[in-house]
Ligand binder design. Structure first.
Ligand SMILES: Cc1cc2nc3c(=O)[nH]c(=O)nc-3n(C[C@H](O)[C@H](O)[C@H](O)COP(=O)(O)OP(=O)(O)OC[C@H]3O[C@@H](n4cnc5c(N)ncnc54)[C@H](O)[C@@H]3O)c2cc1C
Length: 321
């Protein structure tokens, strides 16, 4: 059999998540270069229908009631059993809160290396190199992948879906569930969703985002006025949300939400890697910061080294006057 690149399919509410298509896309690119095949590993309960939308050479289904919510213990035991049976060259797992639990457990159980927080996979001189983010992206590590099986925890949003738009797979194969799924120590009772947010910043076309430069909760009013005048919604960096000035649903970044508006105005945000991760794909970024060395300027299309209060007030006057 040709070498395989396996991709763990992450799904929610009967739909593969975006990161699944991103991983299938990068797996396709690697497989084409190596003459390998892409195997989408679908763990779940009554998921056959979902398999028909997975563009892979093969979908391997392992169906069991305990896998309904991809609960970490059940999913990890199922995946480990499946991989141990026929080790693929590489196994790509989404580096999401769900996937991280599964990948670490499987790697430990099989004694395989795990490269987590992977944001790039490139072939150099015939060898695949995985680039992993360390310390929240402050350091990048290039890891050469050898011939032994390895697991890659691939970051959501790091890879393009282009090579894998939803479509039918080559073949679908169902494998039996391992006996250990009958003796699990944990089980998911229910899935509870957070309360609906007041606004969904991930769908906003224009965002005015504020950072610690805004200094106090009272000053948010100025940013809110500017947002209203621009027809934008107000968002923030994490410290403001941690301080309770704005709800978590307004946080942009690694541990917040990823946004891709047409316009992103960053007021007094330094541009830490964790923040940039959530907004760097905005179409037009305007940054106002009084520090010319602030990293936010590395991603900004337009920048003003200035006091945010002066700029916000002048802008408001223009927009409202
Ligand atoms: C695991 C992890 C996850 C994280 N997740 C996130 C996340 O999801 N989102 C996030 O944002 N952060 C996240 N962080 C935190 C991140 O590392 C930064 O600490 C944070 O983004 C900094 O926020 P800030 O830019 O508002 O504040 P600061 O870094 O303090 O920057 C304030 C900026 O305001 C400027 N400024 C001050 N006064 C003015 C003024 N009057 N006019 C103009 N400019 C002014 C300063 O020059 C400075 O650049 C995370 C960190 C970790 C470790």
């Amino acid at each position: 059999m040709a070498q395989r690149i396996a991709v763990l399919v992450e799904h929610l509410d009967g739909e593969p998540t975006d990161v699944t298509y991103e991983l299938l896309g990068v797996a396709r690119r690697m497989a084409d270069e190596d003459g390998a095949m892409v195997d989408a590993v679908l763990l779940g309960s009554e998921v056959r229908q979902l398999s028909e939308r997975l563009p892979a050479d093969r979908v391997t289904i392992l169906d069991h009631p305990s896998l309904r919510y991809l609960a970490p213990e059940a999913a990890a035991r199922a995946l480990a059993a499946l991989l141990a049976d026929a080790p693929p060259k590489l196994t790509l797992v989404p580096n999401t809160s769900l996937g991280m639990d599964i990948a670490a457990w499987v790697a430990a159980r099989l004694g395989w290396p795990l490269v987590s927080y992977c944001r790039a996979l490139e072939s150099r001189d015939g060898q695949w190199i995985a680039t992993a983010q360390l310390f929240g992206g402050k350091i990048l590590a290039d890891v050469a992948l050898g011939d032994e099986p390895a697991i890659i925890g691939a970051l959501a949003g790091a890879f393009s879906q282009d090579a894998a738009s939803p479509g039918p797979p080559g073949t679908i194969e169902q494998v039996p569930a391992p006996a250990e799924l009958e003796q699990l120590r944990s089980r998911v009772i229910a899935l509870e969703r957070p309360e609906a947010a007041d606004v969904d910043i991930t769908r906003a076309e224009k965002i005015v985002a504020v950072g610690r430069g805004i200094e106090s909760k009272d000053n948010l009013e100025l940013a809110e006025q500017l947002a209203q005048a621009l027809g934008a919604v107000l968002a923030a960096s994490r410290p403001l949300v941690d301080a309770g000035w704005l709800p978590r649903s307004r946080q942009v970044g690694k541990s917040g939400l990823k946004v891709k508006p047409k316009l992103y105005v960053a007021l007094g945000i330094s541009g830490a890697p964790e923040h940039l991760e959530g907004m760097k794909d905005a179409e037009l970024i305007i940054a106002i910061n009084k520090d010319p060395k602030a990293p936010i300027f590395t991603v900004a299309d337009y920048g003003a080294v200035a006091d945010l209060f002066e700029v916000a007030e002048a802008l408001l006057e223009r927009l409202e006057g």
